[in-house]
Design a protein around this ligand. Sequence first.
Ligand SMILES: [Fe+2]
Ligand SMILES: [Fe+2]
Length: 121
Amino acid sequence: MVKTSDLIWQDAQHQMLFKLIDDIKQEPFDRSVFVQLQAYAEHHFILEEAYMTKLEFPETDAHVKAHDRFREELNGMVELPLSIDRSLQDSLSLFLSEWLRLHVMGIDKKLEAFILESEAK
Ligand SMILES: [Fe+2]
Ligand SMILES: [Fe+2]
């Protein structure tokens, strides 16, 4: 069986999100990474949500709720005190990367398959 092509834009955007999440661990810590991550995540979520609405993806509500949960987490991180320590950097980065990994392997994979089937990619 021929493997269907991956959804290139979605995959590239996930890679960028993982890179920004990894940057939270960098020394010296640059808190602007939270703002960059927030902007990029919003760009990504809006695009996925636009596809879901347009194609009437059956799990749209649950998917948007999951995105909203991530948005709330990032809002909280953007408002953290100016200096955060090494262990907090590591735990925030780990928390976000685990969340994203599970989201990408779960509901995002279903959306990918749905979009590829619809040929609207
Ligand atoms: Fe995604
Ligand atoms: Fe998603």
